[in-house]
Design a binder for this molecule. Structure first.
Ligand SMILES: Nc1ncnc2c1ncn2[C@@H]1O[C@H](COP(=O)(O)OP(=O)(O)OP(=O)(O)O)[C@@H](O)[C@H]1O
Length: 240
């Protein structure tokens, strides 16, 4: 579903090394790939290439076989994106935001009961759905973001540090939600600095360093402590 083929990004004026260097990666539906790595390793660059926020220098970012750079709208239709902070209209309720974002994405117009059911599926309490988003916590905003992804029937989900700043309970709830989406068949690429979250959500865990994917673990092949040890050994004394 999500595939990177020799995907490379070199930012202008940065001749020393590419931000992303020939990444090859395939994430089928039902799999969650968690991308770890130090600051500047190339994780967000990877996500931004799938979203066509930036153009690749060479190689391809494919979504369901569609090249994000060549057919951005077609690729984008299959994707949902949850950044660190989900941008919503503060003056509107969660329900109204969901209605608005579903409509502008060109999907079928959903009736109120369907919208409420989606917010419920994303874990937002019904009474909260009618309140202004300006009073929402970060975790509640993330849930509206997930409801938008559900409404759009996205086949792939990109997440960039979605739990940073969430308290442990909210982060745990979010991880359970991601797992549910994965089990429903979504392909998930999640960037995180949280090794615990990566272990909790990922079916595979990749570690990036200086634009390269340097190691990949199967989630069943490593426990949390083993992952932490491998990560620290990789980077102790090394710069990204
Ligand atoms: N717009 C840009 N122009 C120039 N260089 C950039 C730009 N965006 C990112 N870079 C560089 O590309 C490299 C990879 O950055 P990227 O944001 O992908 O790293 P990251 O792994 O997501 O880091 P972090 O964990 O800090 O979010 C870094 O060297 C960064 O300075």
């Amino acid at each position: 579903m999500l595939e990177a083929r020799e995907l490379t990004k070199r930012y202008e004026g940065k001749a020393d090394r590419p931000a992303l260097d020939r990444l090859n990666l395939h994430i089928p539906g039902g799999e969650a790939f968690c991308l770890l790595g130090p600051n500047g390793a190339g994780k967000t660059t990877t996500v931004n290439l799938f979203l066509n926020f930036i153009a690749p220098t060479s190689g391809q970012a494919l979504v369901g076989g569609v090249d994000s750079a060549r057919e951005p709208l077609e690729a984008r239709r299959r994707l949902a994106y949850i950044p660190e902070t989900v941008m919503l209209y503060g003056a509107l309720s969660g329900l109204e935001n969901l209605e608005y974002f579903t409509e502008i994405s060109g999907g079928r117009r959903l009736v109120r009961a369907e919208l409420l059911a989606l917010l419920g599926e994303a874990g937002l309490a019904e009474e909260a759905a009618f309140r202004r988003v300006s009073g929402y916590s970060k975790g509640m905003r993330q849930k509206v973001g997930v409801a938008v992804a559900l409404a759009r029937r996205a086949q792939a989900l990109l997440l960039d540090e979605p739990t940073s700043g969430l308290d442990p309970l909210a982060a745990n709830e979010f991880a359970a939600l991601v797992e549910k989406l994965r089990k429903q068949g979504m392909a998930i690429l999640m960037v995180t600095h949280d090794l615990f979250l990566a272990k909790q959500c990922g079916t595979r865990i990749g570690v990036m360093q200086a634009g390269r994917l340097v190691s990949v673990f199967g989630a069943d092949d490593v426990d949390h402590l083993g992952l932490e040890r491998a990560y620290l050994e990789q980077f102790r004394g090394a710069a990204a």
